[in-house]
Design a protein around this ligand. Structure first.
Ligand code: URA
Length: 210
C-alpha cells in the first residue's frame, strides 16, 4: 500500500503557518492562528466526507439536497497540543464527537507514555480524525493510532500542522493505511526531537507555559 500524505499548500494556510513560526509571536496570536488554520485544514480533510440526500422545502419547491452526518465524525485530540486544533475543527463540523488520548514524551527516550484514553461509544460507526499539530518522531502518533485501532473506527485520518520526514516515515511504517494531512514537511528533527526549522514547542506556545 502506498502511504498517503497530503500537504495542504493553500496560500492562506501557508501564510498563517509562517506567522506562527515567528518566535516573537504572542501566545494569543499563536492560538488564534492555529484556530484559523485548523478551520482551513478541516475543509481539506473532510473533502470526501459522505453525504446523504434529505428532502427539504425551499421557498419555491420541494427538493432533495445533500447533508453530512457530523455525528459520525470523531475528532481524536492528542493532548495537550491537539487541543489547539479542536475548536477550529468543531466550528466546521459542530456535530462531531470528541475523543482524547493523553500521551507524554519521556524526555530521555522520547517514547510516548499513555496516561488517558476516552472515546465516544459506537466507534465502529465513526470516522476518526486524529489531531496533533506536531508529527515529530512519530512515536506519539503511532501509539495513539495503535490504541485508537483497538476501538475499530470505520476510518482514520491524521492531521498535523507540521511534520518531520523521519516522523512521517516512522508513522507510515506502522500505519500505512492512515492518510496524513499536514501544512508542511520540514527539514529534519534535531537531537532533542524538535522539528527544524519548526515552530518550537507547540503546547508551550499555545498555552503560554514557557
Ligand atoms: N513537539 C513540539 O511541540 N515541537 C516539536 O518541534 C516537536 C514535538
Amino acid at each position: 500500500m502506498t502511504a498517503d500524505v497530503h500537504v495542504i499548500a493553500h496560500p492562506l494556510v501557508q501564510h498563517k503557518l509562517t506567522l506562527m513560526r515567528e518566535k516573537s509571536r504572542s501566545t494569543s496570536s499563536f492560538r488564534r492562528l492555529l484556530g484559523e488554520i485548523s478551520m482551513l485544514m478541516a475543509y481539506e480533510v473532510t473533502r470526501d466526507m459522505p453525504t446523504q440526500l434529505i428532502t427539504i422545502e425551499t421557498p419555491l419547491e420541494t427538493m432533495q439536497a445533500p447533508v453530512i452526518d457530523g455525528k459520525k465524525t470523531v475528532f481524536v485530540v492528542i493532548m495537550r497540543a491537539g487541543e489547539g486544533f479542536l475548536d477550529g475543527m468543531l466550528e466546521v463540523v459542530p456535530g462531531a464527537r470528541v475523543g482524547h488520548v493523553g500521551l507524554y514524551r519521556d524526555p530521555k527516550t522520547l517514547v510516548a507514555v499513555e496516561y488517558y484514553f476516552k472515546m465516544p461509544h459506537d466507534m465502529q460507526e465513526r470516522d476518526a480524525i486524529v489531531l496533533d499539530p506536531m508529527l515529530a518522531t512519530g512515536n506519539s502518533a503511532v501509539a495513539a493510532v495503535d490504541r485508537l485501532k483497538e476501538t475499530r473506527p470505520k476510518s482514520i485520518r491524521f492531521v498535523s500542522l507540521l511534520a518531520a520526514p523521519e516522523g512521517l516515515k516512522h508513522f507510515h511504517d506502522h500505519h500505512p493505511d492512515v492518510p496524513v494531512y499536514t501544512a508542511a514537511i520540514d527539514r529534519q528533527l534535531n537531537e532533542h526531537g524538535y522539528i527544524v526549522p519548526g515552530l518550537g514547542d507547540a503546547g508551550d506556545r499555545l498555552f503560554g507555559t514557557k
